[in-house]
Design a binder for this molecule. Structure first.
Ligand SMILES: N[C@@H](CCC(=O)N[C@@H](CS)C(=O)NCC(=O)O)C(=O)O
Length: 237
């Protein structure tokens, strides 16, 4: 049995973490049975202090990239066999861009930006019991603000961060010309990552400046809805 350890359904998505949602979507693409184990308490059990991790028949694997490598090799999953070498290279570069660039822009407008925080705080910590709810949200926000600053994105002004996000989203929009999936009719493993990162901007219940930029590219919403409708029978599932 595979258990996926994440934060849980938030903002109208199966998980408000794109990295957790990436594994959730991958497990569905691969047709593997799994159970979600949700909650902030997972953070304490995460060997690298980050989610997601999976436990697969007692074996713990963390980091979404290593989780996919593990599942691919253990269960002989071949979602990428139809890709050319150049498509594989594009897929790798796209994943890196989503994870190393778009992620931080999304994070900034949820955690650092005051308007985003007004939505994220109740959505993520609303069901936290007292006395934790009095200090944990501010503590986690401070940690995320520091991480965003140290990574570098947090040193830019909001307009520049939005320019970075726009360049990524416009490039993804161009790549999606041959839909409905990244490389046409048949999904590949990178569709799990693409869906996970786009859904945070196209399907999540949060109206942030970066989500508004995503809405200027209708193919991004079309792609997210098609993936959701193909692999999740209900939007919140
Ligand atoms: N490289 C990791 C990144 C995972 C990641 O950044 N997870 C975030 C949630 S979106 C997290 O757990 N952050 C908590 C922290 O940094 O304290 C992966 O691919 O799984």
């Amino acid at each position: 049995m595979i258990t996926l350890h994440g934060f849980g359904p938030r903002l109208g998505l199966p998980d408000a973490s794109p990295f957790v949602l990436k594994i959730d979507a991958y497990l569905r693409l691969a047709g593997l049975d799994y159970k979600r184990v949700s909650g902030l308490g997972n953070m304490r059990k995460a060997p690298k202090g980050k989610l997601p991790f999976i436990i697969d028949d007692g074996e713990l694997v963390c980091d979404s990239t290593f989780v996919i490598e593990h599942l691919q090799s253990k269960y002989n999953i071949s979602l990428d066999e139809h890709l050319s070498d150049s498509q594989r290279a594009i897929a790798f570069l796209l994943r890196s861009t989503l994870e190393e660039k778009l992620y931080w822009c999304t994070l900034y407008f949820r955690w650092v930006d005051d308007d985003g925080w007004q939505v994220v705080k109740p959505a993520l910590f609303g069901d936290m019991a007292a006395p934790l709810k009095w200090f944990v949200p501010a503590l986690v926000r401070r940690g995320t603000r520091t991480a965003t600053y140290k990574q570098g994105t947090g040193r830019h002004n909001p307009e520049d961060i939005l320019r970075i996000a726009r360049e990524v989203l416009a490039s993804v929009d161009t790549l999606l010309d041959d839909g409905p999936f990244l490389f046409g009719e048949k999904p590949c493993s990178t569709d799990a990552a693409l869906y996970a990162f786009l859904a945070q901007l196209t399907l999540a219940n949060i109206d942030s400046p970066v989500n508004r930029i995503a809405s200027e590219y209708p193919k991004l919403l079309g792609y997210s809805e098609h993936f959701r409708d193909s692999y999740y029978s209900a939007p919140d599932q």
